[in-house]
Write a protein that binds this ligand. Structure first.
Ligand SMILES: Cc1ncc(COP(=O)(O)O)c(C=O)c1O
Length: 389
């Protein structure tokens, strides 16, 4: 018998990048030396002192039992200390922090916590596809906020019709931005707070690339702006700052009611993370931060090498100001999917077509700076040899 899936499952957005992953896999299987710049998986290991903290903690029998439901308080205190140190933001560890099984889990849970079927949720276009998953699971209606180069890839709130803004219950933002590499300013976040307060919209700022700002500019936390905590939360993951993508640990900080909603939903979904992971996560936040400075310098050197090599190859592109992605505009007359296919076929270079991030991603491809400088230069040279620019 064929067991039917629920309507909810059938309505989930299709995974656009699954076909790209399959095509890259086939090429590699056929013996091609593919330079894969299509994905967003950090290539460096977790710093040694964090791994050692985990190894020690894993042997502690205390952590072999169930963790407390909403996580260990020592991790919430470490998170509050981290926000005070890094951003000068005061966080109450008791009421303003929720521990998450990775940023993705929190992002998908939030629409389930805050909106009803049919409610409007504002999402950036182009944007990180996990926002669409949570919105679909909540059976909400997604309205896109175009991110265009002329506006520095920031949404233009004045362009959102009042009827849409008044119906919106939730908004996702993400700076430093995946996929565009753009960063936000305090002025933009202040505008966001005013817009959200005026229309009664809860704001979720996804700060996944919070540590990765270039040219000496530290990315701004949404919570640094007056009134931010009244309207929203920030999601911070260990995946990128500390190369802990496989560990699945992140947190939400900010608005007390939103944090309470997350904790309530999570009480029904899980017991908290393995205690040893929580101890290692606290060690990451409170321990030496040279590993973060070094990581940002590594990404910046890769960015500089890659952008310079592309320009030499005749492809004039802008350098990203944050994240580990470069967002590259295409020549007119070719779609991003066709362009990505062509690079894979003829140059054995994999990139992510912009259309996979939304309609306004068309006309671009995204490159992840997640391999060493020599390979990035080689990728640019291979592209240059195609004679497209
Ligand atoms: C914009 C953005 N948000 C959130 C995440 C999720 O990170 P994680 O689930 O590993 O914490 C990612 C990961 O690629 C991302 O690019």
């Amino acid at each position: 018998m064929e067991i039917p899936f629920s309507e909810l499952l059938e309505q989930l957005p299709k995974q656009f990048f699954a076909s790209l992953v399959a095509k890259v896999g086939e090429k590699i299987k056929a013996g091609c030396d593919v330079i894969n710049l299509g994905q967003g998986n950090p290539d460096q290991p977790t710093p040694k002192h964090i791994v050692e903290a985990m190894q020690r903690a894993a042997a502690n029998p205390k952590y072999h039992k169930y963790s407390p439901f909403q996580g260990y308080f020592f991790l919430k205190e470490a998170i509050a200390a981290f926000y005070a140190r890094e951003y000068g933001v005061n966080i109450d560890p008791d009421r303003e922090v929720a521990i998450l099984f990775g940023g993705k889990a929190g992002l998908v849970e939030l629409p389930l916590c805050l909106v009803n079927p049919g409610d409007v949720v504002l999402a950036p276009d182009p944007g990180y596809p996990d926002y669409w998953s949570g919105i679909a699971l909540a059976r909400a209606r997604m309205e896109m906020m175009p991110l265009v180069a002329e506006n520095g890839f920031l949404p233009d709130y004045e362009a959102i019709p009042a009827a849409v803004a008044d119906r919106a219950k939730l908004m996702f933002l993400n700076y430093p931005n995946n996929p565009t590499g753009a960063t936000a300013t305090k002025e933009f976040f202040a505008e966001t707070v005013a817009f959200a307060a005026k229309h009664g919209i809860a704001v979720v700022h996804d700060f996944a690339y919070g540590a990765i700002g270039f040219d000496g500019r530290k990315p701004v936390s949404f919570l640094e702006v007056d009134g931010a905590k009244d309207v929203g939360v920030e999601i911070y993951t260990f995946s990128k700052t500390y190369n802990m993508a496989g560990w699945r640990v992140a947190f939400a900080v900010g608005n007390e009611r939103i944090i309470r909603a997350l904790e309530l939903l999570q009480d029904h979904l899980y017991v908290s993370l393995f205690g040893a992971i929580q101890e290692a996560a606290a060690a990451a936040l409170l321990g030496p931060q040279d590993c973060v400075t070094e990581l940002v310098a590594l990404y910046e050197a890769r960015r500089n090498a890659f952008i310079a090599a592309l320009c030499e190859a005749g492809w004039e592109v802008q350098a990203p100001s944050g994240s580990f992605f470069a967002w590259l505009p295409l020549p007119k007359g070719i779609s991003s999917a066709e362009f990505a296919d062509m690079l894979l076929e003829r140059a054995h270079v994999a990139v992510a077509p912009g259309i996979g991030f939304g309609e306004h991603g068309e006309g671009y491809v995204r490159v992840g700076l997640l391999t060493d400088e020599a390979r990035l230069r080689e990728a640019a040279e291979r592209i240059g040899r195609l004679g497209l620019f």
